[in-house]
Design a protein around this ligand. Structure first.
Ligand SMILES: [Zn+2]
Length: 379
C-alpha cells in the first residue's frame, strides 16, 4: 500500500504530488488547500513521505514500505517537523522555532520537510516571520503549508508557494476508504460517508463510534421538532452542554499528562516548592489548555451547525422536488412531514439563520446566546 492510498478522491492532486516527489528539484514551498476533512494534512504527510522515500526509482517514491515512508507516516522521521496547533492562533515564538528548524541540514534524507497545519491561523506579524524563511530558503528545506483556501494566507506567502487544491471527496470515495482502511461494513460506511458530506474524519468517527452517531441523531432531530420557546431554549442549552462535555472529556485525558511532562522537563517533584519562573511556565501551559478547550468547544458547536444545515437542505430538496438524494435519508418521513408544514421561503430563512450563527460563533460571540437566538428563530 503506497502513501497515496489514504488520499481518497484526489486523483489530480496525487498526480501533481507524485511528480513533485519524483523530481530532483521539487518546489521549495507548497500551499495545500481544501475544505476541512478533505485531507490536507494527509496530503502533506504523503508528500513528505514521498520526498524522503528511499526507493531508488524516483517514480516509485512514496512506496509506503521503506523505513523512511513508515517513519514519516508515524511522525517520527528525523527530517520531518510536523507542526499543528490546538490554539486559535499560531504563536510568533512557534513560528520562530520552525524557522530555526528550517535552517538545519537534513540528517538522513534528501530534504528537511516542515509541515505547518492551520497556516491560516497566523496573525500578520507571525506570517512575516515565516515569509522571510520561505523567501530565502536553505537549499534542502521544503515547506508544506495547509489552509482551508489560498485566500486564508497572506498574499506574499501565497505567491511564493506552489498551490495544490484538494476537492471534497465523493461519498463513494469516502465510503470505499472506510471499508478498505477501517474494516467498516459497506452499508454503514455508505450511510456515514453520506452524513459526513465528504469530511473523511467525521465519517470515520460516525462509522466507528455508535455514540457519535446517536449524538448526531439527537442534534439533527432537534430543530425540526421544536414546538415552543421553552423547548427552543432547552435545545440550545443542551447543545452547548454537550460541547462543554466534549471539551472537558478531552481535557481530562490530556491536561494532567501535559502538566506532569512539563514538571518533569523542569525537573520538579510534585510537592516541591514552585519558583516564580516555574509558576510562570505552568501558568503558560494552563492558558494554552484553556484556549484549546475553547477551540474544541467551538469546533464541536460548528459541527452541530453543519449537521443542522444538512437537515434544512434536505427539507428544501423535498419542498422543491428536485429529486436529489437526501443526506439524512433515514429521516425521510419526518423531514417530508416537516417540509409539508413549512414553505421553501421559510426553509431558506432558516438556512440563513444557521449560517449567521456559524459566523457569530467564529467571532467568539457567546455560544449560548448565539444558540438561543438561533433556536428561537427556527421555531
Ligand atoms: Zn518509501
Amino acid at each position: 500500500m503506497s502513501v497515496w492510498d489514504n488520499l481518497v478522491g484526489q486523483p489530480q492532486a496525487v498526480e501533481q504530488l507524485r511528480a513533485a516527489a519524483a523530481s530532483d528539484h521539487p518546489h521549495h514551498a507548497w500551499l495545500l488547500t481544501g475544505p476541512p476533512g478533505s485531507g490536507r494534512s494527509t496530503a502533506a504527510v504523503a508528500l513528505a513521505a514521498a520526498l524522503l522515500c528511499e526507493q531508488t526509482d524516483p517514480s516509485q517514491r512514496g512506496c509506503g514500505q521503506c523505513r523512511a515512508c513508515r517513519t514519516v507516516l508515524k511522525g517520527s522521521h528525523a527530517d520531518l517537523t510536523h507542526f499543528s496547533t490546538e490554539n486559535l492562533q499560531i504563536k510568533i515564538e512557534e513560528a520562530r522555532e520552525l524557522v530555526v528548524r528550517a535552517q538545519d541540514r537534513p540528517s538522513v534524507g534528501r530534504w528537511r520537510v516542515i509541515i505547518v497545519e492551520d497556516a491560516d491561523r497566523m496573525p500578520e506579524r507571525t506570517s512575516n516571520v515565516l515569509l522571510k524563511a520561505i523567501e530565502e530558503p536553505p537549499p534542502h528545506t521544503i515547506w508544506l503549508l495547509c489552509a482551508p483556501s489560498p485566500q486564508d494566507v497572506l498574499v506574499t506567502i501565497r505567491s511564493r508557494c506552489r498551490s495544490l487544491k484538494l476537492r471534497v471527496p465523493s461519498t463513494e470515495d469516502v465510503s470505499e476508504l472506510l471499508v478498505r482502511r477501517d474494516g467498516v461494513e459497506p452499508g454503514l460506511a455508505e450511510h456515514c460517508a453520506a452524513l459526513a458530506q465528504g469530511h473523511v474524519g467525521v465519517a470515520r468517527r460516525l462509522a466507528l463510534y455508535p455514540e457519535a452517531r446517536s449524538r448526531r441523531e439527537s442534534v439533527v432531530r432537534m430543530p425540526v421538532s421544536l414546538r415552543s420557546i421553552a423547548q427552543a431554549m432547552a435545545a440550545a442549552e443542551k447543545l452547548v452542554e454537550i460541547a462543554d462535555e466534549e471539551a472537558e472529556a478531552d481535557a481530562a485525558e490530556r491536561n494532567e499528562r501535559e502538566r506532569a511532562e512539563l514538571m518533569a522537563q523542569l525537573g520538579m517533584e510534585e510537592d516541591q516548592k514552585v519558583t516564580p519562573a516555574m509558576r510562570a511556565q505552568l501558568r503558560h501551559l494552563e492558558e494554552d489548555q484553556k484556549r484549546r478547550a475553547r477551540r474544541i468547544k467551538t469546533d464541536t458547536l460548528d459541527r452541530f451547525l453543519i449537521d443542522i444545515q444538512t437537515v434544512f437542505r434536505d427539507v428544501l430538496t423535498i419542498q422543491l422536488g428536485t429529486g436529489s438524494a437526501l443526506i439524512n435519508s433515514h429521516l425521510a418521513q419526518e423531514l417530508s412531514e416537516y417540509a409539508r408544514e413549512n414553505t421553501p421561503e421559510k426553509t431558506l430563512q432558516r438556512l440563513d439563520t444557521v449560517s449567521l450563527t456559524r459566523r457569530r460563533l467564529s467571532t467568539n460571540a457567546s455560544a449560548r446566546l448565539a444558540f438561543e437566538a438561533m433556536m428561537t428563530s427556527l421555531l
